[in-house]
Design a protein around this ligand. Structure first.
Ligand code: GTP
Ligand code: MG
Length: 289
């Protein structure tokens, strides 16, 4: 299963990005807390290098809190200002104070010249990570269009949060070519790639196998899997029968089964799951070394 999805609006957004980056004071990068590695676009990382940046691990309400804490330590070790967030249930003022902190230098430079600066921040990240939801949270309205599918925002949009803060919503950006297909598969699980371009039964089997590896008890209970060693099509059939997704004559309704398994994972029905473990941190040298 080869996964690639790079529609025209993304190619255009990517072309515009470096130009727009010159005009912003802060980059607010969102990744998905369930996938802190694969949901960070390395192209973006290169493009925003040198900018004042805050990394929000969004959808933290769906991720394993212990692993989120471990990932935060990794990012902070790398010198990245990072924080967990939930654009749906978090507090706007927490995100606003992170932006304030990241913009402090620019604000102080302007103040030294006797000016009160309007901070401009750009919200970037892969599709469906919650960029527009975050902007709505900070604006206290539904000003940006949102939806539980990728590619909802198709063009840049400036939103005035206050007289001194403007945020730019931007279309989610994938990679022009997804070379790491494990990462690509995980991006499909979280809904960053359009379902239409993927072999859904294959994707669902992979997700069920990954869930069995990460949370065997929860996966077996939710999907009525008797044998946790089942793999491949046999696993999908077991789930189909276990959950009663059957058509006339007891034939498995695989379409329905795939849609439900993916939707349930995306909605956090299998519990708070992080699919990627943080790399091991380097131990601090001991005093006697
Ligand atoms: N549980 C949970 N859901 C969230 C969170 N943030 C966003 N969502 C949901 O994720 C879906 C996608 O949100 P959007 O804000 O449209 O995502 P986006 O990054 O703007 O997506 P594109 O415009 O397609 O790039 C919506 O259904 C939101 O309700 C969060 O922190 N937690
Ligand atoms: Mg959007």
């Amino acid at each position: 299963m080869e996964i690639n999805w790079y529609p025209g609006h993304m190619a255009k957004a990517r072309r515009l990005l470096s130009d727009q980056l010159r005009r912003v004071d802060v980059v607010l990068e969102l990744c998905d807390a369930r996938l802190p590695d694969s949901s960070r676009n390395p192209e973006l990382e290169k493009m925003i290098a040198g900018k004042s940046r805050v990394l929000l691990l969004n959808k933290a309400d769906l991720a394993d809190p212990n692993l989120t804490a471990a990932w935060l330590r990794v990012f902070r070790d790398q010198g990245i200002e990072a924080a967990p967030f939930s654009a749906t249930s978090g507090k706007a003022k927490e995100a606003l104070s992170l932006i304030d902190r990241a913009a402090r230098e620019a604000v102080e430079r302007a103040a030294a010249k006797g000016m009160k600066k309007t901070v401009r921040a750009m919200v970037v990240g892969v599709p469906n990570v919650g960029k527009s939801t975050l902007i709505n949270k900070l604006h206290g309205s539904g000003i940006a269009r949102t939806g539980d599918k990728p590619g909802v925002t198709r063009a840049n949009q400036w939103v005035n949060i206050s007289p001194y803060l403007q945020l730019m919503d931007s279309p989610g950006l994938m990679w022009p070519k997804l070379t790491d297909q494990t990462a690509a598969r995980r991006l499909c699980y979280i809904g960053s790639v359009k379902d239409d371009v993927v072999d859904l039964p294959m994707l669902t089997i992979c997700l069920l196998e990954d869930l069995l590896a990460v949370r065997p008890e929860a996966a077996c209970a939710r999907y009525r899997i008797a044998d946790p060693d089942l793999r491949g099509e046999a696993l999908l059939e077991e789930v189909c029968r276990g959950r009663g997704f059957l058509m006339k004559g007891g034939v498995c309704d695989y379409d329905r089964c795939c849609a439900v398994v993916l939707d349930e994972f995306r909605a956090g029905k299998c519990g708070r799951i992080t699919l990627e473990l943080p790399p091991k941190r380097k131990e601090a040298p001991r005093a006697e070394d």
